[in-house]
Design a protein around this ligand. Sequence first.
Ligand code: UP5
Length: 196
Amino acid sequence: ARYTLPTLVFVLGGPGSGKGTQCRRLAEELNWATVCVGQLLREEATLRRKEPRGAYLEHLLSRGEIVPGHITIELLLDRCAAFSGKSGGILVDGFPRALEQAEAFERAAGASCAFAVFFACSEDVMISRLLERGRTSNRTDDNLETIQRRLITFRHTSMPVIEKYRQLGKLVEINADADVDSVAAAVRREFAIRGF
Ligand code: UP5
């Protein structure tokens, strides 16, 4: 990397497990930055909607499929660079979602995460949260069919990333079925234990 990255924490969990909600809250409390990688991709799809890349991204997002790593990693590193020196650390919300993307990121960034947080949430809870949000979110992936695809992608492709960090002793698992305040308190405790 051309600059030193701040402390990175990967925030992982299934669709609707509460990653975004908790990242926003924690970032404010710790005075960290947060990068929602799905949001970065949605913004890129909108920005380039008249180009082939925009249509391609929208195609993948609306089907709950994972965007190729080289696209995601470039956007993510650019955003991290913008925060360089301006925040204590960066919460990376929703990345990496595939083992090879975790490895590609580490190569490109020349760094890994300090640790990874996993919001463990039951599928019934995730589905009902997303259907509820889908009434007003305008997200093309908050419908039952795509929610089910997102869950399958999560189980098959993203869970191995979580298992990797567990094996490395870098995983912090939080019960995310609980209410927002309880989850936030559990997360805050885990960061405090690690000196943040
Ligand atoms: N809510 C949250 N916490 C709650 C709680 N404790 N109790 C009750 N309700 C709670 O929350 C979802 C909803 O639940 C909200 O209405 C919230 O109020 C409520 P949110 O905090 O948004 O959960 P989150 O886990 O962030 O859910 P999100 O839908 O954003 O997760 P996804 O992982 O599906 O979405 P993301 O934006 O990360 O990715 C979208 C797509 O981008 C992916 O499907 C994929 O196509 C693509 N992508 C990639 O290809 N590569 C990447 O690296 C990243 C994304």
